[in-house]
Design a protein around this ligand. Structure first.
Ligand code: ZN
Ligand code: ZN
Length: 356
């Protein structure tokens, strides 16, 4: 499996005429060699791979790293990279420019004398864009855990509770069910705060009649989940019912349209045009969704500017919303796996308007 993942680098070797690739981003390291610790680098040539870490991680690396030779190095790892490069004639090395600070780059250039360093940019992360079966299993597990945790705290959501207490109850429930942590700071936005698409849980007390948008996700085995439910606390106003129904239909239409071959831009337009035709086009200001995996937001991006096309194995979110300043908002989000002829929805909390 890991060898298969490493083979996805092949096109970079060809396109950039490289002798080796230096991987420093921890998500890419985990993806390519299995190491889950927090420091190390991976050097991959056409026919060999070395994982370099200091003594704190040697035992862990020897257990976890399956697709590379583990080498313990001193505090200055780049010296070991330089030594390997000269021993094996690796005189043209690609690196992840998007994950390298200017300081790290200067140091690398200083130490790796006589080696051409080639910027690979964010496009290197594209190796992770289609998930393999092991990853889909992890994403399903974390999505299920997170949806069940949400469903079990629903009874806590009632007028009089603070937004932060909803977030805390949900996080605790996820941890109880085996999550390593939360995937991001949960969004709990009630009443007028619902007009902020990224309104983090505040001390605000939920009032009767408020819509409450809750965007949550768990982290397990390195993989994230992402889901949003908007519920009503007490009897909602008619406008709240109207925008919830529009967002829900936009969400359902987009999910029905997911299949390999559709462009992310066209998929975005399925939901966006429905919202626009119902008079709320100015109130849906963000993209329809994003890829998810070892990062909460990864490729592809679903937006009017997106250039990606869906392929089987991609795992994406579908999350249309309507946000009305001074009134409130609704977002509904599910995570789906693109299958051969459509998609599987892997998040499972109820998306009907629940009146609590
Ligand atoms: Zn979300
Ligand atoms: Zn999302």
């Amino acid at each position: 499996m890991l060898k298969n993942r490493c083979s996805r680098l092949k096109r970079f070797f060809e396109e950039y005429d490289l002798k080796a690739v230096l991987i420093t981003d921890l998500r890419n390291i985990r993806y390519l060699c299995g190491f889950t610790g927090s420091e190390g680098v991976l050097l991959i040539s056409q026919d060999h791979a070395w994982f370099l870490c200091d003594s704190r991680y040697t035992a862990q690396a020897e257990e976890e790293v399956k697709s590379a030779e583990v080498r313990e190095c001193g505090v200055i790892r780049i010296d070991t990279v330089a030594a390997l490069a000269s021993e094996y004639g690796l005189d043209r090395i690609g690196f992840e420019a998007a994950h390298t600070t200017v300081t790290a780059f200067r140091r690398m250039s200083e130490k790796l004398t006589g080696i051409e360093l080639v910027e690979l940019g964010t496009n290197l992360d594209e190796i992770r864009i289609c998930k393999d079966p092991a990853e889909i299993e992890c994403l399903r597990t974390v999505a299920t855990l997170s949806s069940l945790a949400f469903t079990s705290v629903l009874s806590d959501i009632k007028p009089g509770i603070r937004e932060v207490d909803i977030a805390l109850a949900l996080e605790l429930e996820m941890r109880r069910r085996g999550a390593e942590g939360k995937a991001f700071d949960f969004i709990v936005a009630s009443g007028e705060r619902g007009a902020m698409p990224h309104g983090r849980a505040s001390e605000k007390i939920v009032q009767s009649g408020d819509l409450v948008t809750i965007d949550f996700g768990a982290l397990k085995d390195g993989y994230h989940s992402d889901e949003t439910v908007t519920v009503a606390c007490g009897k909602p106003e008619s406008r709240a019912l109207e925008i919830h129904a529009i967002v829900r239909t936009a969400h359902d239409l987009a999910i029905d349209a997911v299949r390999p071959g559709i462009s992310c831009k066209d998929l975005d337009e399925v939901a966006r045009s429905y919202i626009r035709n119902n008079g709320y086009g100015d109130y849906f200001g963000h993209g329809l969704g994003h890829g998810i995996g070892l990062e909460i937001h990864e490729m592809p991006t679903l937006s009017p500017r997106s250039t990606a096309v869906l392929e089987e194995g991609m795992v994406i979110t579908i999350e249309p919303g309507i946000y009305i300043p001074g009134f409130g908002g609704v977002r509904i989000e599910d995570t789906v796996v693109v299958t051969v002829d459509g998609c599987d929805v892997i998040t499972s909390a109820d998306k009907q308007l629940l009146v609590l």
